[in-house]
Design a protein. Structure first.
Length: 386
């Protein structure tokens, strides 16, 4: 791995040959080969050739932490070098980069960035930090920002946008991101940046439903012969709307909804049986018991419960379910990018490329209160620089 690091030019990125860069390089290689705590890494250096090769086999703990502080001071310079290497036109003719956001949970009370936020790790009661990573199209890291644990996706997007726009001087770009990352407010901010920033993102379900209402521009008949259609709407002036239907996704969502509806009926059935047998009575008591379980699968909105002192009737809101099912597999992508630059199929491809970021999403590692940050986090903004 040391030889590979040198082939990749990593030592030159870190800085002139001296003690701190050697320690930083040793820690980077160790993180890839044998990730662990700082103490275990120090011990490992003495058992392998890496320590002798870099002259760090007898390094002290304080030296390692001092090297990390030194490396932090070099961050901006290293990122600018990486941007020139991986995002410049010669190396990256497509002018594309990826931005992703993830989080790592931690324990303790002295991390200045630690906060409770939306946990991607499923650790709702834990403090966490968030970190966003900018990479080239193949996932090679270019820049990283560590943020407070309650930072929203759009806020992280704004921060990395400042890095791309100001630090890297990429002035004309198309930012492609999911609906949670590129919000209406972020779009307005993009419009103010030199007037040369475009975007590609998707509409949320209520906006899609509005397009489908009555004689709206989005009708299911558009997908009779193909699964892609370009439409316009006065609600999105100056923008193109590319409507897509994914039959596979539609089938998956229909099956999932039916399974959740059936599961909800199953947990309600014993309560209805108790009421029918006279073992549970009183509208208040029946309602309380039903209320404890009806929301278990988040399907309460699709049921009508009729409760009296001695009866419980459970009925699906079938018209409402059918209305929701009309949206299955349908998504609408919005962009101001002219068709001469990107046709409808290219717009869809650019948005779908976000899935490659998500599938490469690593797992965060928690080790006795210390954070082991992965090399490529999750989240999802795809950036195309023109």
């Amino acid at each position: 791995m040391n030889a590979m690091a040198r082939r990749l030019g990593l030592p030159a990125l870190l800085g002139p040959a001296c003690r701190h860069p050697a320690l930083a390089l040793a820690m980077i290689v160790s993180r890839v080969v044998a990730p662990g705590s700082k103490l275990s890494t120090l011990a490992w250096w003495g058992d392998v050739t890496l320590g002798a090769d870099l002259g760090v086999e007898h390094a002290a703990t304080d030296e390692v932490y001092a090297a990390m502080d030194w490396l932090e001071g070099r961050q901006d310079a290293i990122e600018r070098k990486l941007a020139r290497r991986h995002l410049a036109p010669a190396a990256n003719p497509s002018r594309m980069a990826l931005f992703d956001l993830s989080s790592s949970w931690l324990e303790g009370s002295h991390c200045p960035l630690g906060a409770r936020g939306w946990s991607r790790d499923g650790k709702k009661g834990k403090m966490q930090i968030e970190y966003g990573l900018l990479t080239d199209p193949e996932g090679r890291p270019v820049a990283v920002r560590v943020l407070e644990g309650n930072t929203a996706d759009p806020t992280a997007f704004t921060e990395i946008l400042g890095v791309v726009h100001e630090d890297f001087q990429l002035r004309k770009m198309v930012m492609v991101g999911d609906r949670g990352m590129i919000t209406t407010a972020r779009i307005e901010a993009l419009k103010e940046l030199d007037g040369k920033y475009g975007w590609i993102t998707a509409l949320r379900a209520p906006a899609i439903k509005k397009l489908m209402a009555q004689d709206g521009p989005l009708q299911l008949s558009l997908f009779d012969e193909q699964d892609l259609a370009e439409i316009t709407s006065p609600d999105f002036p100056g923008e193109r709307l590319v409507a897509c239907r994914n039959p596979v996704l539609a089938g998956q969502r229909a099956r999932k909804r039916e399974a959740l509806l059936a599961a909800t009926e199953k947990v309600l059935a014993p309560i209805a049986a108790r009421v029918a047998a006279g073992r549970l009575s009183g509208a208040a008591a029946i309602g309380a018991k039903a209320g404890e379980v009806i929301g278990k699968y988040k399907m309460a909105k699709h049921f009508n419960l009729t409760i009296t002192d001695d009866s419980l009737t459970i009925e699906r809101k079938q018209a409402q379910i059918d209305d929701e099912a009309r949206l299955d597999g349908i998504y609408v992508i919005r962009t101001p990018v002219p068709a001469g630059d990107l046709d409808a199929a290219d717009v869809v491809t650019a948005y779908k490329n976000l899935k490659y970021v998500e599938t490469s999403k690593p797992h965060c590692c928690h080790m006795h209160g210390s954070l082991a940050l992965p090399s490529v986090p999750s989240g999802s903004v795809f950036v195309k620089a023109a």
